[in-house]
Design a protein around this ligand. Structure first.
Ligand code: FAD
Length: 260
């Protein structure tokens, strides 16, 4: 269904909600949305308006024959919960959860409908769109990345990762907390609200592997991870797992590489 409504040209949660509420009249099992910042803003509003549950931030959808279940993560990605819906639902899917490799071309009839939401009250008005800072490091072209997570402990420990990065000729990346602490610039952040990378080697250092981080790096050819928690989710996608304290392992690794 292609909706034509001039009020949708610029994002506004009220017009988006009014439009979809108008369109969603037919019978359906699920309506899927991409789990974007905008979706998180307006789908809960739509859910309340239509009294249809919203299952957000899903990483999988399974068809069980007579029911559909939706997988969400909790406890920093350590637990996957399958939610079986008894009714129709709205569902948002995290980016990068399905591979596009085996995608098949298809056709659908496009029905164009006109919706007028001029009567929607303008109680929310968008300001100028946020623009990411320009001119930073483009990690998407990097072949080797050493990426630092909260496991590094404190800013004073960063040079350990920086030295490893230098010695293996890599770029430096990070998880979001490191950027939030102000230890590295936002250009370094990898994940759903940072850069998406696919290097030959991704070296995750003290990163738990939350889904928001994984979506930015799981396309890497080879993933090597150091984490002292053997149950850390990063190990589920890692090719090489080092279960150890990074502060002990990295200096030894650097020494070994230097001596070779
Ligand atoms: P933690 O989850 O705290 O993990 C630290 C890990 O270090 C743990 O596994 C621990 O076992 C290990 N560790 C601790 N000490 C040591 C040691 N001495 N040696 C070895 N291992 C050690 N996150 C991103 O990264 N990128 C994003 O773009 C992003 N976008 C987000 C968007 C939204 C809307 C939201 C809600 C969250 C987003 N996040 C993002 C945050 C994400 O959910 C996680 O909180 C974050 O990725 C966790 O970072 P971390 O792995 O460094 O920290």
């Amino acid at each position: 269904i292609l909706i034509e409504n001039k009020n949708l040209n610029q994002y506004n949660p009220l017009h988006y909600t009014s439009t979809l509420a108008e369109v969603i009249k037919n019978d359906f099992d699920v309506i899927l949305f991409a789990h974007t910042y905008q979706a998180r803003d307006w789908i809960p509003r739509l859910s309340a308006r239509l009294d249809i549950p919203f299952i957000s931030d899903c990483i999988d959808v399974k068809n069980n024959g007579n029911s559909i279940s939706y997988t969400r993560q909790s406890y920093q990605g350590k637990l996957n919960n399958d939610i079986e819906a008894q009714s129709k639902v709205l569902c948002s899917i995290q980016s990068g959860c399905f591979k596009a490799d085996n995608i098949k071309n298809g056709n659908a009839n496009i029905e164009t409908i006109q919706i007028n939401t001029d009567n929607t009250p303008n109680t929310i008005n968008a300001e100028e769109k946020f623009k990411e800072q320009q001119g930073g490091v483009d990690l998407s072209a990097a072949e080797v990345i050493v990426s630092v997570g909260r496991g590094i402990g404190k800013e004073e420990n960063l040079p350990i990762a920086q030295e490893l990065k230098e010695i293996i000729n890599a770029e430096l990346g990070s998880s979001r907390p490191i950027v939030d602490y102000g230890w590295l610039p936002h250009d370094c952040q990898i994940g759903s609200s940072g850069q998406v990378v696919n290097p030959k080697l991704y070296f995750a250092v003290g990163i738990s592997g939350a889904i928001q981080h994984q979506v930015g790096m799981k396309g890497s050819d080879c993933i090597m991870a150091i984490n002292k928690d053997q149950n850390a989710p990063i190990f589920e996608i890692a090719d090489y797992a080092i279960v150890a304290d990074l502060l002990e392992v990295i200096p030894k690794l650097i020494e070994k590489i230097k001596n070779n």
